[in-house]
Design a binder for this molecule. Structure first.
Ligand SMILES: Nc1ncnc2c1ncn2[C@@H]1O[C@H](COP(=O)(O)OP(=O)(O)O)[C@@H](O)[C@H]1O
Ligand SMILES: [Mg+2]
Length: 580
C-alpha cells in the first residue's frame, strides 16, 4: 500500500502543493463541523434548559442573536470552503490521470515485441480506461474520505471526552466492532476485485477481437459461436460482479447494525445521564448533532474499504505496465553513425527462439550495401523472424547481427530503425488519408514526394481512381482497399523514408504478376541506393537477386544465385519447376 501511495505522490507532480492544500481545506472543513454542536450546546444550556434560562432569554437576547448569526455564518463559510475543496481535489485528480495516461501511452510504445506477444489489446485498453479511472477516483475521493473521517472522528472524540468521559467511553466501546467487521470484509473482498478485473479484461479482449475480426467472423459464419463465446465471458464477469456485490451487502448488514447501535447507545446512555444530571440537555444535543454528522463518513467507510480494494487491484495492473521496461533499448554507450546507415548487413551464427524452441538456428550470411537478397522457404520456416531481427523487433538469442560492421545492439535504435524501411507481411494502415499513410515515417514530405513513392509502388493509378485521390480517407486498418492495394501503399510508405535497407515481407503476394513486374522494375531504378531484402514466393520476384537464401525449419538450406540454385536441384528447383 505504501508503495502505491508513493507512486501516486510521484504522479501528483505539478499538483502536489494544491493537493496538500486540498487536504488542509478538508481538515478545516471537518473541524468546523464541530462548531455547530458547540454553539447549539451554548444556546440550549443558556436559553432553553439551564437554571437561568428564562431570565437569560429575557435579558440577553443580543447574545442569542449573535450566536444564531455566528452559526449561520460559520455554516455558510464552511459550505464555500467545501466547494473550493471539491474543485481542488478534482483538478488534482485530473492532473494525475492526465500524467499517468500520457506516460503509459508513451511507455507502451517503447515496449519490445514480446510485450505485445504477452499482453492482449483488450487488456491494455482496460488498463488505460477503467483502471485509470480508479486512480482518479482514489485521488479525488478515497484518500479524501479517509482523511476526513479520521479528522471528524478524532475531533468528535476529543469533543465527547471534554463534555463527558463516561458518555464518550460508552460510544468508543463500539468502535472495535466496526474495525473487526471492516477487517474481515477487506480480507474477503480483496481477491474478488482482482478476479473481477481479470474478467473485465477478458470481456474487453473478446469484444475487441470481434470488432477487429468482424470480417473473419462473417466469412466463417461464426456469429453464433462468437456470440456464445462472448456470452460466456459476459456471464463470468456478471457473476463475479454479483458475487462481490453479495459479499458487500452481507457486510453492509453488520456495519449498518453497528452504526445503529451507536445511535441506540447514545439514546439510552445519554437519556440516563441527562436524567441523572451528569450531563446537561445541551451536552446531549451536542452529542446528537455530532453523531449525526459522523453518520455520513461512517456509512462511507464501508464503501471506502470496497473502493480501496478496487484501487489496489487497478493500480497494481497499471504499475505493472508503468514500470515495464523494454529489454530492447539504447545502451548507454550506443554509437551514432556519421551520415546514417549505409546498409552492409551480416548475420554471424544467429539463433533465435520465441520460447524454448528455436525459430532460427545458426544462420550466417553477408549482404553488401546496395545488394538485393531474396529469402524463400515454406511458411513457418523463419523468414519473417529473420528480418525482424535486423531492426531489433526482437534481439538474437545467440550470435550477432552487424549493420555497417557494428553489432545492432550497439547502434542507436532510432538511427537503426529510421534507416530501415519495412513493409510487413500483415499490412496495417491508419485511419488517415492515403497521403498521410504514405508519408507516415516522413511527415515533412511534400506532395510530389508522396506521389513519386506511390508511382514507384505502382499505386498511383488506383489511388487516382479513388473518390478523393490522395485525400481519400482509408478506413480503420485499411478497410475499403483490396489486399494488393494495401500492400502497395505499405510499399510506398516504406519507400517514403528513403531507407538504406528496404525489407519487403511478402509485399507483392496479393498483386497480379503484371503489377509485380512494374514494381520489380521501379525497385531496380530507385533514386537512392539501398540494400533490399525481399521475402517472396514467386521465382519472378527472386531470380534477379544477388543472393537467394532458402530457409527450412529455421536453418539455411540453400544459398546462391538463381542459376546456382537451379543446378542445386533442391527446394528452389522444385518451386521453379512448379511455377514454370
Ligand atoms: N510472435 C511469435 N511468438 C511465438 N512463436 C512465433 C511468433 N512468430 C512466429 N513464431 C514461430 O516461429 C516460427 C517461424 O515463423 P515465421 O518467421 O513467421 O515464419 P515465416 O515468415 O517463414 O512464415 C514458426 O514456427 C512460428 O510458429
Ligand atoms: Mg512470414
Amino acid at each position: 500500500m505504501s508503495f502505491l501511495i508513493r507512486w501516486l505522490w510521484k504522479n501528483l507532480q505539478g499538483y502536489r502543493k494544491r493537493y496538500v492544500f486540498a487536504m488542509f481545506l478538508s481538515v478545516v472543513c471537518q473541524v468546523m463541523f464541530v462548531f455547530n454542536p458547540i454553539f447549539t450546546r451554548i444556546i440550549v444550556d443558556t436559553f432553553i434548559s439551564g437554571e437561568n434560562a428564562a431570565e437569560n432569554l429575557a435579558t440577553r437576547k443580543d447574545l442569542l442573536y449573535s450566536l444564531v448569526a455566528l452559526t449561520v455564518a460559520v455554516n455558510l463559510f464552511r459550505t464555500a470552503l467545501q466547494y473550493a475543496t471539491n474543485m481542488t481535489y478534482e483538478v488534482c485528480s485530473q492532473g494525475v490521470i492526465y500524467r499517468v495516461r500520457a506516460y503509459l501511452f508513451d511507455n507502451i510504445h517503447k515496449q519490445d515485441a514480446s510485450f505485445y506477444d504477452y499482453y492482449r489489446t483488450g487488456d491494455i485498453m482496460t488498463r488505460l480506461s477503467g483502471d485509470i479511472e480508479m486512480v482518479r477516483h482514489s485521488t479525488a475521493w478515497i484518500i479524501r474520505v479517509i482523511l476526513e473521517s479520521f479528522v471528524i472522528f478524532t475531533a468528535a472524540a476529543v469533543f465527547f471526552f471534554t463534555i463527558s468521559v463516561p458518555m464518550a467511553l460508552c460510544m468508543v466501546a463500539l468502535t472495535p466492532f466496526l474495525f473487526i467487521i471492516s477487517f474481515v470484509f477487506r480480507r474477503k473482498v480483496g481477491p474478488m476485485y482482482g478476479d473481477l478485473r481479470e474478467r473485465l479484461s477478458d470481456l474487453n479482449t473478446a469484444a475487441e477481437e470481434n470488432i477487429s475480426g468482424n470480417r473473419v467472423v462473417k466469412a466463417f459464419a461464426a456469429e453464433e459461436f462468437e456470440k456464445s463465446r462472448f456470452g460466456s465471458f459476459n456471464g463470468e464477469y456478471s457473476s463475479a460482479n454479483k458475487k462481490t456485490a453479495l459479499v458487500w451487502w452481507k457486510f453492509f448488514f453488520p456495519m449498518e447494525t453497528a452504526s445503529q447501535a451507536i445511535m441506540a447507545v447514545h439514546l439510552t446512555a445519554g437519556g440516563l445521564f441527562v436524567i441523572g444530571g451528569e450531563i446537561t440537555l445541551g451536552d446531549y444535543m451536542a452529542f446528537s448533532m455530532l453523531i449525526w454528522t459522523m453518520s455520513g463518513p461512517m456509512s462511507w467507510l464501508g464503501n471506502i474499504i470496497n473502493d480501496l480494494q478496487r484501487f489496489t487491484a487497478s493500480a497494481n495492473k497499471i504499475i505493472e505496465i508503468y514500470y515495464s521496461r523494454s529489454r530492447i533499448a539504447d545502451r548507454a554507450d550506443a554509437v551514432e553513425l556519421d551520415g546514417g546507415i549505409k546498409g552492409d548487413i551480416e548475420f554471424k551464427n544467429v539463433s533465435f527462439g520465441y520460447g524454448h524452441e528455436e525459430a532460427l538456428s545458426d544462420v550466417s550470411f553477408k549482404i553488401k550495401a546496395g545488394q538485393t537478397v531474396a529469402i524463400m522457404g515454406e511458411t513457418g520456416s523463419g523468414k519473417t523472424t529473420l528480418v525482424n531481427l535486423i531492426p531489433r523487433i526482437y534481439d538474437v538469442t545467440k550470435g550477432e547481427i552487424t549493420v555497417d560492421g557494428h553489432n545492432v545492439r550497439m547502434l542507436k535504435l532510432a538511427q537503426l530503425r529510421s534507416g530501415i524501411g519495412m513493409a510487413t507481411q500483415e499490412v496495417l494502415l491508419y485511419s488517415d488519408t492515403i497521403e498521410g499513410n504514405i508519408a507516415f515515417g516522413n511527415s515533412g514530405m511534400d506532395f510530389s514526394g508522396v506521389e513519386a513513392c506511390a508511382k514507384a509502388a505502382d499505386a498511383d493509378g488506383f489511388i487516382k481512381n479513388t473518390s478523393d485521390g490522395y485525400d481519400t480517407i482509408i478506413g480503420e486498418r485499411g478497410v475499403g482497399l483490396s489486399g494488393g492495394q494495401k500492400q502497395r501503399i505499405a510499399l510506398a510508405r516504406a519507400l517514403a523514408i528513403k531507407p538504406s535497407i528496404l525489407i519487403l515481407d511478402d509485399t507483392t503476394s496479393a498483386v497480379d504478376s503484371e503489377t509485380e513486374k512494374h514494381i520489380q522494375e521501379s525497385l531496380k531504378n530507385l533514386d537512392f541506393t539501398c540494400t533490399k531484402i525481399i521475402i517472396a514466393a514467386r521465382i519472378s520476384s527472386t531470380k534477379d537477386a544477388d543472393k537467394i537464401i532458402v530457409l527450412k525449419g529455421g536453418k539455411i538450406a540453400e544459398t546462391g544465385t538463381h542459376e546456382e540454385l537451379l543446378r542445386n536441384n533442391g527446394y528452389y528447383r522444385e518451386v521453379y519447376d512448379l511455377q514454370s
